[in-house]
Design a protein around this ligand. Structure first.
Ligand SMILES: [Zn+2]
Length: 217
């Protein structure tokens, strides 16, 4: 069987247009299907992620063989990616995380009721997530970043903390690469781990959305 692309995987997340819960209920594409959370009949399937998130994920897939995203792969018996691919994988992986974070936090900013000037400033901060997430996340959601990752892990019954630790490590490697020109900052192991942590990273942001952004019933 041909495995699904990352775009297919990402577009398998649907959002309820009424209560905004995000899940993988394919029947949301059927008009009249009732939402399992709020009971509102569906007016059609609305995918949660926009096209750009899928494009960046598929770019990584072009650089490295990927099994089915849903299988949460361990590092397989693949040969080491060449240096140029390792650099690209790391940059795309970090970009993917930044896009997911922006996708999560933008609705918080727009709904915050803060002045347009402060909203603009917060949105600019999201563009530098690693520097600001620990300050920004509590302002927008009322929870610390650490609390949020634990809550998302509990909801998904899957520990996302190793993925967050890895993301921070990858981002430091990316900065060394971009600002210091250190090509050796991207080891074969680091590049392969990017690939391993892609699906958990995406799932973490879906859970965070369902906990902190979705409308209460
Ligand atoms: Zn609903």
């Amino acid at each position: 069987m041909i495995r699904e692309t990352w775009t297919d995987f990402l577009h398998g997340y649907y959002i309820c247009q009424s209560c905004e819960i995000v899940d993988r209920d394919k029947d949301r594409t059927l008009v009249g299907h009732t939402c399992t959370r709020c009971g509102t009949p569906s007016s059609g399937g609305y995918t949660f992620f926009d096209l750009t998130v899928g494009i960046i994920a598929d770019l990584i897939a072009e650089l490295y063989p990927l099994p089915n995203p849903d299988s949460l792969p361990s590092i397989g018996p693949f040969s080491d990616p060449p240096v140029s691919h390792r650099l690209a994988i790391l940059i795309f992986f970090c970009t993917l995380g930044e896009m997911l974070l922006q996708h999560l936090l933008e609705p918080c900013v727009f709904r915050s009721g803060l002045s347009p000037k402060i909203q603009k400033s917060l949105l600019q901060d999201i563009l530098h997530p690693l520097d600001h997430i620990e300050q920004l996340f509590p302002i927008l959601t009322g929870a610390t970043w650490q609390q949020a990752v634990i809550a998302a892990s509990k909801r998904a019954k899957s520990d996302f903390r190793p993925t967050v630790v890895f993301y921070n490590k990858a981002s430091k490697g990316r900065n060394q690469l971009l600002h210091l020109g250190n090509k050796m900052a991207v080891s074969p192991k680091l590049a392969k781990q990017c690939f391993t942590h892609m699906a958990p990273l995406i799932k973490l942001f879906v859970e965070l959305y369902n906990i902190y952004i979705v409308k209460p019933l």
